[in-house]
Design a protein around this ligand. Sequence first.
Ligand SMILES: NC(=O)c1ccc[n+]([C@@H]2O[C@H](COP(=O)([O-])OP(=O)(O)OC[C@H]3O[C@@H](n4cnc5c(N)ncnc54)[C@H](O)[C@@H]3O)[C@@H](O)[C@H]2O)c1
Length: 322
Amino acid sequence: MTTLIIGAGLVGAQVARILAERGERPLVMDARPQRAVLATLLDASTIDLFEGDVLRPLSISAALARAKVDAIVHTAANPLLTLGAQRNPHAAIELNIMGLANVMEAARIHGIGRMVASSSSVLNRYQSGGEDGGDLSREEAVPRPHTFYAATKQAVESIGLNYARSFGIAFAALRYCPVAGPWSGPGGGGPSGIFRAMLEAAVDGREAVIPGTAMEWVYSKDAAMATVQAIDAPDLGSGVFNITMGRIYRPQELAAALVEAIPGTRTRIEAQPEGSTWSGGDWKPADISRAAKHLGYVPQYPMARLLRDYAQWYRGVRRPAG
Ligand SMILES: NC(=O)c1ccc[n+]([C@@H]2O[C@H](COP(=O)([O-])OP(=O)(O)OC[C@H]3O[C@@H](n4cnc5c(N)ncnc54)[C@H](O)[C@@H]3O)[C@@H](O)[C@H]2O)c1
């Protein structure tokens, strides 16, 4: 079995590691591979890592020519996700939507049986409408995303599911919630960066700033495990799955978990700036029962284990003080 992973960032790197650890040799394509970061997360000799741009269809064809590929995992997205797309909508629309379309076309032409795409829990949150009680004869029956990034992820799900229906490609879209996880270069979304700053400060003995919003998180290793489960699942059901830790963490709870994982940590809870795309309002926990049923997904990293694992990685890679 060979999988092509497109995008070797926070999530894609962990997917590559899991596949390599179970004896596969995944193909890993990234427009700007961060080899030094990847080397801290996996044994680089166990994957086939190369440069390629998902916006160039010939890059995808060339990648598929390297081995007989059974499944594609597509994780590439615009830098800084929601924030990045608000700043540069056209680039995000092009990469997220045309990137997905290029991969689906390549899957169709090359006869790839399965494609797992990254969606986002922004679709559980940044939507409005749906006021007409589901009556499709009325204009507001269907909720519409109100950030550019969420709009692209809605398109990813809809386009992928239409390829599945029309061309028999098994398709899954995984709605990860904000991903926390080991990474030391550019990558992830705004919340990933805030979590990283918090964790690094705690390990370095500095004051750790806790985001002042109740939020749901997922560890990159759990997001990747779910992704691998979506490669393997015999029945993908309706194809869209929430992938989260399974519970909300309020700021005080996150602070307490951090102090417990890294004793002596000084914490300060800080509200996100007004108007920040993820500030305000409480998060409603996502229902992960469909992922449990079809993928067998059960998160392995509750917050305490996540923090310990992440801190252990960071202690191993940070530069010695002085
Ligand atoms: N990080 C999060 O909090 C989060 C939350 C929900 C959903 N997601 C989604 O999960 C997926 C993975 O997120 P991540 O945190 O690993 O992102 P990331 O930014 O860490 O990794 C994305 C990778 O895609 C690569 N890439 C960008 N443009 C490319 C192109 N044109 N061709 C090939 N590669 C390209 C980047 O170089 C990067 O290595 C994304 O689709 C994202 O939208 C992430």
